[in-house]
Write a protein that binds this ligand. Sequence first.
Ligand code: NAD
Length: 496
Amino acid sequence: MLTMTHYVNGEHTAASTRSQEIFEPATGECRGQVSLASRDEVSAAIAIAKSAFDTWSQVTPLNRARVLFKFKALVEQHMDELARLITLEHGKVLDDARGELIRGLEVVEFACGIPHLLKGEHTEQVGGGVDAWSVNQALGVVAGIAPFNFPVMVPMWMFPIAIACGNTFIMKPSEKDPSAVMRIAELLTEAGLPAGVFNVVNGDKEAVDTLLSHEDIQAVSFVGSTPIAEYIYSTASKHGKRVQALGGAKNHMLLMPDADLDQAVSALMGAAYGSAGERCMAISVVLAVGDVGDKLVDKLLPQIQQLKVGNGLTPEMEMGPLISRQHLAKVTEFVDAGIQEGATLVVDGRQLTVADHQQGYFLGACLFDNVTPEMRIYREEIFGPVLSIVRVKDYASALALINQHEFGNGTAIFTQSGEAARHFCHHVQVGMVGVNVPIPVPMAFHSFGGWKRSLFGPLHMHGPDGVRFYTKRKAITARWPVGKQTQAEFVMPTMK
Ligand code: NAD
């Protein structure tokens, strides 16, 4: 049985007093225990990271980047092993786990350019014999708190840029699937990262609350559900920290009657059911405009019926289980609620059984038609393989629905009309927008983030915003008045 502790100062620590079971969602079997750090254990890790900051922040950006280059090569070398760990504890299929690793590595590649990214601005001669410039300096010890659904990619949205900028890092992974990020910590050490620069503390609310309130934590990056994101944002802000807290989602696809329906249906299958719908950028609602709804259902049905659901370690599978027994029960309750509220359940995934995996947390793909905006299945994030079709009379009503929704993470329009697409991009109140692209996750050199109750804080994650988040700017004005007489000035200084 696995015993997962913490990774602090370049080594695994002893087990904590409290722990929690880790399960394999495909089989429902317990695979081991993860330690839950106490306040004292987290504080000890922060003290180590604080001490490591003194030297790491003085390493040149070029040499910090060189560690990340080696780390990238090591992750590539261990790609299959890491993907297998993700699949074992999360459940997503192996190719999807590899995809997650590649998207995470793209942030590492971006962070390898840190010598360029950290450059400040310089103006010669802002006044007679006076020059001015700005520099971007590291903050100190920063913390990251991650959700279960991307056990490696989300941590990689955070730590590569943070440590490239010269900060030291405390990572708090999801207690449901911590193994892959623990392996990542070992690979960082193998790449030459000094002890104490990247630390992992496993834990629950006690560990998180310590990070939010500890005086030596300068900034907190969080990704998870909206109620917890709001809590993180308000608590850490109250303690004077810089915070970015990314929350939940309800992503709509606006399907225009002129869209290429075959392309839209293929896109929808992956976007709605990939990773069993446990993606913050999953499409969970289709707004079918005009008469496109009937044709959409006809084309979707056979594809849903052919979806291969099973253990993600089996190569041909397309969709794996949900993360936990509790989450399976929650998603199933949503399906029950949809029926009670009067939506038409066109495909019912509740009866699915997977051979030899009777204890696994499987739910087959579900499709609801005739969903209306008052229903819970429309309003709330389900985070499972449940797709809702809402029929709308025209484009304007569809756009209004998206803009009225409390979440604003991602959205997509499928159309062949440039005019409609342009209007949509300009007017939609959502942070990430796709045009005939179902999951418009920005590349690493852009920044990722939603609007409304999908993100709390001014800065998005990774890309240029990542560098801004993990640095503070200093502006310097200098002159070297050799042999000149200077006099006291009692008015606001102006450049002469
Ligand atoms: P979660 O909010 O339950 O947990 C996220 C993290 O918060 C975990 O590390 C957990 O240990 C910690 N946590 C949980 N309860 C806490 C509490 N009461 N106090 C302090 N810390 C607490 O989220 P999850 O179920 O792991 O992940 C799924 C959610 O994450 C979904 O809502 C999904 O939309 C969201 N998500 C959002 C994005 C995004 O980019 N916006 C990306 C991925 C996931």
